[in-house]
Design a protein around this ligand. Structure first.
Ligand code: DAR
Length: 363
């Protein structure tokens, strides 16, 4: 694409979609100063935001070092999304030591003792391109590497389970029926080729080759292979003990850290993942709460979102982004901070934010 045309397109999208962070911070002069190979590489990174003007971020990294190489674009986007001022040094610090903070939802209210809780981290193995730039062979090679790690995990008394693949002809291939039931159980990800943002970035290419999931026998520890990142490592259970949930995740993450080649990490941005929204801890921790009073007459959850914002929480409908409250006012709440906050702080914000929301619900 000619630079002049690209810059015209960026300006047009900026007019119509100021929320698109890629076009907000894209600088035409800087782009024109890049060499041809860098320009080509950057066009792949921003394709999603050009083809989907309504994007929130509008860019996905294709390689872990894209964040450094294209910092003039990525850094202001990252600071904007993660609310980090221009003069603040970004430094990700990990802390999984949950002593000294509250974490038992039933201590807030016994009615929260059986809450659906989920926490996940995104990780990518540094030796491979990120999913947007992987060839089919690289996707299959990565899946084989993950399966090798899972074959050890299967023998671990605490994490034993099975690997289910979507790769046609895989010895672990799951049936269409099993895939459908795992998706309905919110254990497996949906058909990525239906996501226009991922399609434009090449992240859903070669679907469903190289995709699958590891699930523990208790079905409380799962690993997605080949979704938006190489790995989405998660713990999920019903109950009220957030510390036990996070500790479960951390135990599985540590096992995989020892079984796989090094993950793509940086002292500045922490976990280097496809989407800039998922940097830092690369963690999303969420609860499904029934808030019938707070969601009454609030079909699009606008009022609840405004109430949750100062608590550092984002609200989604129970059926995911852009959905409304489910039965009984069921909503998904999670801390929005991921970069510049530790795992301990994320748990703390989730607990304290839930406590405040619940007080408003039962007032
Ligand atoms: N739809 C893309 C990504 C938004 C953040 N969600 C992720 N990464 N799943 C956008 O730029 O709007």
């Amino acid at each position: 694409m000619k630079s002049e045309q690209l810059i015209k397109d960026v300006h047009a999208i900026r007019e119509a979609h100021p929320e698109n962070l890629m076009v907000r911070y894209f600088d035409g002069e800087w782009f024109s100063s890049l060499g041809k190979p860098e320009q080509e590489r950057l066009l792949n990174i921003i394709a999603t935001g050009l083809k989907n003007p309504d994007s929130q971020m509008g860019a996905y990294a294709m390689r872990p070092d894209d964040y450094a190489l294209f910092a003039p674009l990525f850094d202001p986007m990252i600071r904007d999304f993660h609310s980090i001022p221009p003069d603040t040094k970004i430094k990700q610090v990990s802390d999984w030591n949950f002593s000294g903070i509250q974490g038992d939802l039933s201590a807030i209210d016994q009615r929260l003792a059986d809450t659906s809780m989920r926490v996940r981290v995104a990780r990518n193995v540094a030796a491979y391109p990120l999913p947007g730039a992987m060839s089919r062979d690289e996707r299959l090679s990565f899946e084989a590497l993950a399966v090798e790690a899972f074959s050890v995990l299967m023998k671990d008394p605490g994490f034993g389970g099975q690997y289910l693949s979507l790769t046609p002809g895989s010895p672990h291939q799951m049936s269409e029926r099993e895939y459908t039931s795992r998706v309905q159980a919110h254990q497996m990800f949906k058909d990525m080729s239906a996501d226009r943002y991922l399609n434009a970035a090449g992240i859903s290419a070669d679907w469903p080759h190289g995709r699958g999931m590891y699930v523990s026998e208790q079905e409380d520890f799962l690993v997605w292979v080949g979704e938006e990142d190489h790995l989405r490592i998660m713990a999920m259970r019903r109950g009220g003990d957030l510390k036990a949930l996070f500790t479960r995740l951390h135990g599985g993450l540590e096992k995989l850290e020892h079984l796989l080649p090094p993950f793509a990490m940086s002292p500045t941005y922490g976990a280097l993942n496809s989407c800039p929204t998922n940097l830092g801890a690369g963690m999303r921790a969420s609860l499904h709460l029934k808030l019938p009073s707070l969601t009454q007459g609030d079909a699009d959850l606008k009022r609840l979102k405004l109430l949750a914002q100062p608590l550092g929480l984002v609200v989604r409908g129970a059926a995911g982004e852009h959905s409304g409250a489910g039965e009984g006012g069921l909503v998904d709440i999670s801390p929005n901070a991921r970069l510049g906050v530790s795992e301990k702080e994320i748990l703390n914000r989730l607990y304290q934010g839930t406590k405040t929301l619940w007080a408003a619900e039962i007032r």
